[in-house]
Design a protein around this ligand. Structure first.
Ligand SMILES: Cc1ncc(C[n+]2csc(CCOP(=O)(O)OP(=O)(O)O)c2C)c(N)n1
Ligand code: SF4
Ligand SMILES: [Mg+2]
Length: 351
C-alpha cells in the first residue's frame, strides 16, 4: 500500500475559515513516516498556515524532490496541485511551472540531502532568480530515506547513530540563501509550531524567493546525544531573534503593539509582518548584518531562529524578465498569433 486515505467524516463544529473550509480540507493522506518524525510537524504547520490564510487549495502547487521530506506533500493539501520530481530537481520544475502559470502559489518542499547535495546548484539558481515561492528545507542533517548517512548540513564533529564522527564542514543553506539574494529568509524548528506557522504565512504572502530552513529531527537516525539536529540539542541551543505575527492585507489591523519592541513590515500584497523583537539590536532589513550575526552566533554554538531577513520592496523573476501578466494557458489566439504586421515590426527591431 503506498498511501492510506483519511476518513472523510469530521466533527460538525470544526472551525471554518472565510472560504467555509475546515482544516480537514487542507489535509492529505495519513502519513507513513516514522512516529515522531519532525517532518510530520512541518506538514501540520503548512496545513494550519494555509487554513488561516483562507487559501483556495486549487490555487496552490506543491512540488518536491526525493526523500522522506519530499514524500510529505502527500500528507497535506490533498486538494492542491502536486508534483513529486526527481532527487534534487524540484527547483527547476518549480521554476518552469511558475514561468508558465504565475497565478498559482508555489510551495517547494525539500530535504537537506535533496537541496544541499545533489540539488545544490538547482537550489542556488532558483533563489538567485527570485522565483516567487516558499522553498522549505526540512533539515535533519541526514539522508533519512536511505537510512541515516551524514548529509552536507551535518555539523563538523557531530556523531552518527553508530558513533562515526563527521569530519566535513557543513553547508549552511541560510547563509547561502542570504548571499544569493533571497528576499525572505527564516530559520525555524519543527518542534516550535508557534514560531513556524506565522513564518510560513509570511513566506507565502511574500512576493519573491522566500526560504525557510526548518530543523526537523529524524527520530530514526539522528536524535541521539552527539547529534546537533536532535530535539534536545535544538531546544537547548535555539536563540530566536524575533517572533512574527502576520496580518493579511484584507483584514483591518487592530492589534495593539507597543512601540520600540515591534517592527512592522508591509509586504507587496498589503499584508503586514509584525516582528516582536527578542534580540533588540537585530535588524532583519540588513542583509550583511544578518549574515554576520548568523556566523557569530553559529561560532558560539547557537542555532539562530526567527525571521532573519526580509526585503520590503521585493521583486520576483517575472518582474525581472518583464513577462506577460497572464498565465500562458490563459492567452487567447489573438495574443499568441498577433498577425503579420506585429511580426514585421518585431523583425525590424532586430535588423
Ligand atoms: C539520482 C538519485 N540519487 C540518489 C538517490 C537515493 N536517495 C533517495 S533519498 C536520498 C537522500 C534524502 O535525504 P534528504 O533530502 O535529506 O531527505 P530526508 O529523507 O532526510 O528527509 C538519496 C540519496 C535517488 N533517489 N536518486
Ligand atoms: S527515517 Fe527519519 S526522516 Fe525518515 S520518516 Fe523516519 S524519522 Fe522521519
Ligand atoms: Mg535529510
Amino acid at each position: 500500500m503506498t498511501f492510506i486515505s483519511k476518513p472523510k467524516l469530521h466533527h460538525p463544529q470544526l472551525p471554518v475559515n472565510k472560504l467555509g473550509f475546515t482544516r480537514r480540507e487542507y489535509e492529505g493522506t495519513v502519513s507513513t513516516l516514522c512516529a515522531g518524525c519532525g517532518h510530520d510537524s512541518i506538514s501540520a504547520a503548512i496545513i494550519q498556515a494555509c487554513f488561516e490564510l483562507d487559501l483556495p487549495p486549487h490555487r496552490i502547487a506543491k512540488l518536491s524532490g526525493i526523500g522522506c521530506s519530499s514524500k510529505t506533500p502527500t500528507y497535506f493539501l490533498g486538494n492542491s496541485h502536486g508534483f513529486n520530481s526527481v532527487h534534487g530537481r524540484m527547483p527547476s520544475v518549480l521554476t518552469g511551472a511558475n514561468l508558465a502559470n504565475r497565478d498559482l502559489i508555489y510551495l517547494g518542499v525539500s530535504g537537506d540531502g535533496d537541496s544541499a547535495s545533489i540539488g545544490l546548484g538547482q537550489f542556488a539558481h532558483s533563489i538567485r532568480r527570485g522565483v516567487n515561492m516558499l522553498y522549505i528545507v526540512e533539515n535533519n542533517g541526514v539522508y533519512g530515506l536511505t537510512k541515516g548517512q551524514f548529509s552536507a548540513t551535518s555539523d563538523k564533529g557531530s556523531k552518527s547513530k553508530r558513533g562515526v564522527i563527521n569530519t566535513d564542514a557543513p553547508i549552511d543553506l541560510i547563509s547561502m540563501a542570504l548571499q544569493l539574494g533571497a528576499t525572505y529568509v527564516a530559520r525555524s524548528f519543527s518542534g516550535d509550531k508557534a514560531q513556524l506557522v506565522p513564518l510560513i504565512k509570511g513566506a507565502i504572502t511574500h512576493h519573491g524567493a522566500a526560504f525557510i530552513d526548518c530543523i526537523s529531527p529524524c527520530v530514526a537516525f539522528n536524535n541521539h546525544p552527539g547529534s546537533t539536529k536532535s530535539f534536545d540539542y535544538v531546544r537547548e541551543h535555539n536563540e530566536a531573534v524575533n517572533r512574527l505575527d502576520v496580518m493579511i492585507g484584507r483584514e483591518e489591523i487592530t492589534a495593539d503593539y507597543a512601540p520600540g519592541t515591534v517592527e512592522a513590515v508591509t509586504q507587496h500584497d498589503g499584508s503586514v509582518l509584525f516582528l516582536r523583537k527578542l534580540a533588540t539590536d537585530y535588524d532583519p532589513s540588513d542583509r550583511i548584518a544578518a549574515m554576520t550575526h548568523l556566523q557569530q552566533r553559529q561560532a558560539a554554538g547557537e542555532i539562530v531562529t526567527g525571521l532573519l531577513y526580509v526585503e520590503q520592496e521585493s521583486r520576483d523573476m517575472h518582474d525581472y524578465l518583464n513577462t506577460v501578466d497572464k498565465p500562458l494557458n490563459a492567452l487567447g489566439d489573438a495574443e499568441l498569433c498577433p498577425g503579420p504586421a506585429a511580426l514585421e515590426k518585431f523583425n525590424a527591431a532586430h535588423r
